[in-house]
Design a protein around this ligand. Structure first.
Ligand code: NAD
Length: 474
């Protein structure tokens, strides 16, 4: 049982000033695996004070020292590899291989990338008529969701540390344990007191507390659009800058000359990885009308390569994170049927032979029209919508007919068509032919998918202010 009833404030593990606790549930077993304290406004105030006190020295720490600190963090992170993998499998239900290859590695890559980006980063530049100085934005509040417990936390923290900005982190209350390990890593790596503070708690108390706190200069949030709006409203009271990484309903455009089997595999992988709980997942798959039958056949075949089941066994797909998420996914599947889409595979209920855990069936709808609810709303589960198009312009129009703009995907051979689709989709990240991830590449959304860019040097920029000095003595 993991009982973490303390917050990490000013370099120490301290008791919560309140008595409320929250149980954390393993979604694969439905068993309680531990507890956290739900922090109070007083806990948050202490953390903010610690970060403020740390600001003068942390923000002016020489770049070389910050580089060394990030290198030590990456070393300590590696030492905790097994704990991180086990913890994410327990709290999120992610299969062990996914916890290692996706979750563990993403966290590691953000710390290494921030180190490399920092080495090359220019903080002061003489531009002839003026000198441009980049300085820490100040005390930063970080609010993260449950679906990638080491990815969103690590990218935000690594960038903030590179920029010299002290932070207060509030992770999602349903997957809080990976963040506790991160706090232990920073302690072991000798991160200065007050530069990293962790306060667990609810969105209502600690989340709202962060976005409206007069002594917090910047909020970086990853999560739902609804909460993003609330954060902007609260932040506006003190003209606080915000970065928002929100939801998506990303298209995957399959070109006429694409290899059907390969394309089907890419499409299914999107709804299977992390059980479809991925903001940038391609959940609308656009195929040429004449490819409909062959593509649907290929998808049905590929599904068996992604077994759903116990995340501690050889499965690629674990459960959804919670009963609430399971119910949400079920209601979207019902909605898809009601609105007239054809259920090609999966459906409501649990996969055959599974009665415990929040497992859902990999579900594929065809004959989906882009104005249906399942094509417009983010489901955040393993549900694919197949839509047909006639001609590239039609594919691009359907792709962009959404309030979101986080990501887009295109697979095929014709270079001109690949370029046309890649440059025409209004989204922050486009992948051509399932290209490899690049942690130096900016990540973030257009439209209602957010504001700002994380990862690499763009991530560092978010935690900086720009100052102009005229007549700076050389
Ligand atoms: P959520 O918005 O419900 O919660 C996210 C975090 O915000 C949690 O820590 C929660 O406690 C906190 N929160 C809740 N109410 C708050 C408030 N009033 N003020 C401040 N904080 C508050 O989202 P979720 O269900 O945890 O995550 C799923 C959502 O996150 C999806 O919409 C998904 O697309 C999005 N997401 C986006 C990205 C991205 O990079 N764009 C990545 C992952 C997830």
């Amino acid at each position: 049982m993991r009982n973490y009833l303390k917050h990490f404030i000013n370099g120490e593990w301290v008791e919560s000033t309140g008595s409320d606790v929250e149980e954390v549930i393993n979604p694969a077993t439905e068993e309680v695996i531990g507890k956290i304290s739900l922090g109070t406004k007083e806990d948050l105030d202490k953390a903010v004070k610690a970060a403020r006190d740390a600001f003068p020295s942390f923000s002016t720490m020489p770049k070389e020292e910050r580089v060394k600190m990030l290198e030590r963090i990456a070393e300590e992170y590696e030492k905790r590899k097994d704990d991180i993998i086990e913890t994410i499998t327990d709290e999120l239900g992610s299969p062990l291989t996914v916890s290692e290859k996706v979750h563990y590695m993403m966290g590691y890559n953000h710390f290494s990338q921030a180190t490399e980006s920092l080495k090359e980063f220019t903080f002061i530049e003489d531009l002839g008529g003026h000198t441009r100085v980049k300085e820490s934005i100040g005390v930063s509040g970080l609010i993260t969701p449950w679906n990638f417990p080491t990815n969103q936390t690590s990218t935000k923290i690594a960038s903030a540390f590179a920029a010299g900005s002290p932070v207060i982190l509030k992770p999602a209350e349903i997957t809080p344990f990976a963040a506790i390990i991160l706090a232990e890593i920073f302690e072991a790596a000798g991160v200065p007191k007050g530069a990293f503070n962790l306060v667990n708690g609810t969105g209502e108390v600690i989340g709202n507390g962060i976005s409206s706190h007069p002594d917090i200069d910047f909020v970086s949030f990853t999560g739902s659009g609804k909460v993003g709006q609330k954060i902007m409203q609260n932040a506006s009271e003190t003209i606080k800058n915000v970065a928002l990484e929100l939801g998506g309903k990303s298209p995957l455009v399959v070109l006429e000359d694409a290899d059907v089997e390969k394309a089907a595999k890419v499409a299914v992988n999107h709804i299977a990885t992390n059980t479809g709980q991925v903001c940038s997942a391609a959940t609308r798959v656009l195929i040429p009308s004449k490819m409909k039958d062959s593509f649907e056949e290929a998808v049905k075949k590929v599904l068996s390569e992604f077994p759903v089941g116990n995340p501690r066994e050889e499965n690629y797909v674990g459960p959804l994170v919670s009963k609430k998420q399971w119910d949400t996914v079920q209601s979207y599947i019902e909605k898809g049927k009601e609105e007239g889409a054809t259920l090609l595979a999966g459906g409501t209920g649990k996969p055959e032979g599974i009665d415990k855990g929040y497992f859902a069936r990999l579900t594929v709808f065809s004959d989906v029209k882009n104005d249906m609810t399942i094509a417009q709303e983010e489901i955040f589960g393993p549900v694919m919508s197949i839509l047909t198009y006639d001609g590239l312009d039609d594919a691009i129009e359907i792709s962009n007919d959404t309030v979101y703009g986080l990501a887009g995907y295109v697979v095929g051979e014709d270079k001109d068509a690949l370029r046309k689709v890649a440059t025409s989709i209004r989204a922050g990240r486009i992948k051509v032919n399932d290209a490899e991830a690049d942690f130096a590449a900016p990540f973030g959304g257009y439209k209602q998918s957010g504001i700002g860019r994380e990862w690499g040097d763009h991530g560092i920029e978010e935690y900086l202010e720009t100052k102009t000095i005229l007549g700076f003595p050389s």
